[in-house]
Design a protein around this ligand. Structure first.
Ligand code: 5GP
Length: 190
């Protein structure tokens, strides 16, 4: 997606060979016009997947997920990282090892919002080692629902998450595929 590549080139900050900071348009300040284009692109890519719900993880997945949900005409659920007093039922939960924070957290979704007839599109901001996606897959399976696809805004193709999801047979679409961050330079997969 050219607009996203341009934004990453112009406003992304390479923090290390492994980590890209995009808090100018996705992870802190949000560019609504770009988010709308991202949502439109996800909706186009998954138009024939029979999506009935979108699931993401708070907080950075929410903006692209909502834009995709608006276009696809389906509700958006965000897995919560902290147990809320208002979430009292038995939750669908999975633990995620955070690549950027290097800590383990539990993410949860209420079973009231997912059921066995749902075809669920997973959306997330980044794909690195795939831990966040695998946690959402586990939650969707616990609900007896089906994974319709996985939509990623920025994939770091030099890490293992994409290959693992491909090997598991999931339909993965990444709007930007970063080949390397070495030397402070962002290069994309052709
Ligand atoms: P994974 O679970 O695939 O290892 O990592 C994906 C999650 O870690 C994303 O939800 C994102 O929050 C975070 N993440 C992974 N790599 C990066 C990165 O290079 N930059 C930023 N900003 N977040 C990342």
């Amino acid at each position: 997606m050219e607009a996203l590549h341009k934004k990453i080139r112009e406003e992304g900050i390479v923090l290390s060979d492994q980590v890209l900071k995009v808090d100018a348009f996705l992870n802190h300040q949000i560019d609504p016009v770009l988010m709308q284009q991202i949502g439109d692109e996800f909706a186009r890519l998954f138009a024939d997947s029979g999506v009935s719900k979108i699931v993401t993880i708070e907080a950075s997945g929410i903006a692209p997920a909502v834009m995709a949900g608006l276009r696809l005409g389906v509700p958006v659920i965000f897995a919560r990282k902290h147990q809320s007093l208002t979430l009292t039922e038995n939750l669908l939960s999975a633990s995620v090892y955070s690549f950027t924070k290097q800590t383990e957290t539990t993410v949860s979704v209420s079973p009231r919002h997912l059921n066995s007839s749902d075809r669920v599109l997973i959306i997330d901001d980044f794909l690195a080692n795939g831990k966040a996606s695998q946690a959402l897959i586990s939650i969707i399976k616990q609900a007896g629902a089906t994974v319709a696809g996985i939509g990623i805004v920025i994939e770091k193709s030099f890490q293992g998450g994409r290959a693992e999801l491909d090997a598991q047979g999931y339909h993965v679409e990444s709007l930007a595929r970063v080949k390397s961050l070495v030397g402070g330079q962002v290069t994309f997969v052709d």
